[in-house]
Design a protein. Structure first.
Lengths: 154, 111
């Protein structure tokens, strides 16, 4: 009888250990301080308006990026850039990154040409979008998916 | 505070008054996301990334950028700018730990 009870207590102890260890390992995983999803980032930029798909915005991203740590992104907008009609800002959003918002660029007519280029980190295969705000309050969007072979976040 | 190397490039190198030129600003910055671990010490590297970049030309603000940690290590910012007389182009940035840096370039249009 004593032997049987000993095995019972041993079994319950093992079960408790099995349940508690995975939850502990989840708690230690780091999370981005300013975590933001694609939809939330888009809402923060446009303020609830739905941006139009347009050929005015030209987004240049490689279709296959071998290294996710350095992905060149170029956004160009057809605009006269005069005081009456110019591009107010260009935003780049990466769909599946921990923080989807990459950069906001606020332009003025003194720029002469509405273009912005930079390099971003991508965690995996995902969609990149460029949102453009014009001076008359309109929003345009262009997007493209990028295949990433090796992720570059963290 | 670490001293950072930075560079302003203008293309084409020779430009006239009123011309629209390409300006790129490069800076050596780690852009840590706060997610990765140091391989030796097994400690999480704290987040350190550029927050804000400003392009000022002759005291007039041309371009401002709000930046998050998603940009690459040693980031490059490229835009266009209209040359409007001789003067200084000043690019400043601040990061989330309060570090700031300034780089000046003299603009000398020819012809």
């Amino acid at each position: 009888m004593q032997r049987r009870e000993f095995f019972k207590t041993l079994g319950t102890a093992a079960a408790v250990v099995a349940v508690t260890t995975p939850t502990m390992s989840f708690a230690s995983a780091p999370v981005s301080a300013n975590k933001l999803s694609y939809e939330d980032a888009l809402h923060a930029i446009t303020g609830g308006k739905t941006p139009k798909e347009s050929s005015v915005v030209k987004l240049k991203v490689p279709e296959i990026a071998e290294n996710g740590a350095v992905v060149p992104v170029t956004v160009e907008v057809d605009s006269p850039m005069t005081d009456a009609d110019y591009v107010k800002s260009i935003h780049i959003i990466a769909g599946k990154n921990g923080n989807a918002r990459c950069i906001d660029v606020h332009l003025t007519p003194a720029n002469g040409k509405a273009m912005f280029a930079t390099r971003v980190k991508l965690g995996g295969t995902q969609k990149i979008a460029a949102v453009v705000a014009l001076s008359n309050g309109e929003f345009f969007i262009a997007s493209q998916s990028v295949k990433v072979t090796i992720g570059g976040c963290g | 505070m670490a001293k950072r190397k930075s560079l302003i490039k203008i293309k084409p190198k020779k430009y006239k008054d009123g011309e629209v030129v390409k300006v790129s600003f490069m800076v050596m910055h780690p852009m840590d996301t706060g997610l990765s671990k140091d391989k030796k010490t097994k400690q999480i590297i704290p987040a350190k990334y550029i927050n804000n970049v400003k392009f000022t030309y002759n005291g007039k603000l041309i371009t401002t950028m709000n930046v998050w940690e998603t940009l690459s290590v040693n980031p490059v910012f490229t835009t266009y700018m209209k040359i409007n007389g001789a003067g200084n182009l000043v690019v400043t940035y601040t990061d989330n730990t309060g570090e700031s840096h300034e780089k000046t370039m003299k603009i000398k249009p020819k012809g």
